[in-house]
Write a protein that binds this ligand. Sequence first.
Ligand SMILES: Nc1ncnc2c1ncn2[C@@H]1O[C@H](COP(=O)(O)OP(=O)(O)OP(=O)(O)O)[C@@H](O)[C@H]1O
Ligand SMILES: [Mg+2]
Length: 348
Amino acid sequence: MVAAAVGPRIFHGHLNRISHADSPAQAQFHAEQAFRDASLISTAVALIAALSVAMAVSSYVTRRISSPVSALAAAAQEVAGGHYDVRVPRPALGVEFQTLARSFTSMAERLQSVEVTRRRLLADLAHEMRTPVATLDAYLEAIEDGVANLDVATSAVLRAQTRRLARLAEDVTSVSRAEEHQLDLYLTLVWPGNLVAAAVNAAAERYAAAGVTLSHVVAPQSPEVHVDIDRMGQVLGNLLDNALRHTPAGGQVQVRVSTDLGKVRIEVADSGVGLSPEHLAHVFERFYRVDQARDRAHGGSGIGLAIVKAVVEAHGGRVAVSSDGPGRGAVFTVVLPAVARSVQRGAS
Ligand SMILES: Nc1ncnc2c1ncn2[C@@H]1O[C@H](COP(=O)(O)OP(=O)(O)OP(=O)(O)O)[C@@H](O)[C@H]1O
Ligand SMILES: [Mg+2]
């Protein structure tokens, strides 16, 4: 554009002089000069203009890019130093940069949650290990001092404590794997009625021994679910264990399966001790027990429901609990995504 604006003017100036030339030689001289000056000057001016524009644009672009890139580099350094709460602002630099910033932020969030899980796990674990270790220690000391004998009763107590520690280790492994989404799920298409029937059969004997009635109702047209059968067995087993432990003899526990807008809902409802509202929000937390002393005496470490939640969420489902209050029973609900095709089966 600069060349087009400058060139013709210079050319015209020389052409004017040609018209006033005295001889053909002078006219030719002016014509040649017109061509030379016009092309040389216009190219030089255009070149300078292009260079200045290029420098201005590149310095602008550099400034635009360098600030988000340095912010990202600073954030990376923070993360490397163990400060996972850094967040990168989203620069208005196009999709690629926004994706980069988003990925970075989600990576930092993920690292942070793993770190939080790790710290809490260590603290909770230390807390849970203290009691059995202290019991073992006290008994061994009493045996060493000759105050107690290593008889059947003592060894039963010692065994109970080592079993408790072993179970704790097992539970902690599964809950942390599940919470960090590292559970290997072997998904199979299964009718929820079969899952429930298997869990109910496995628990039936213990229920009968405790004098608690266990029944199940399955909506005949419920669709299939895509789940890891063993893991879901563990989920239902934990819920049935809890329901039995919190329901006095003569009480009832019912497992209900229903379908709700493309979801399968499995409810474990008991007529037991129930839960007060302040506990409802916390029962799925790791190591949370409503009655520390009583629940621990039953051998519970407060991990069962954390495993239930983590496993169900790993299946893309969710869990919930409701209770009308102490003494009025509790309902634990597992909602799983249903597989679209529905099957017709007989009621269970
Ligand atoms: N059906 C229920 N009725 C009343 N309270 C319940 C019921 N199920 C669970 N809870 C309460 O929720 C707490 C947490 O349950 P969770 O299954 O996580 O732990 P736990 O049963 O004590 O131990 P674990 O399952 O690890 O052996 C229990 O300690 C209990 O206080
Ligand atoms: Mg439990």
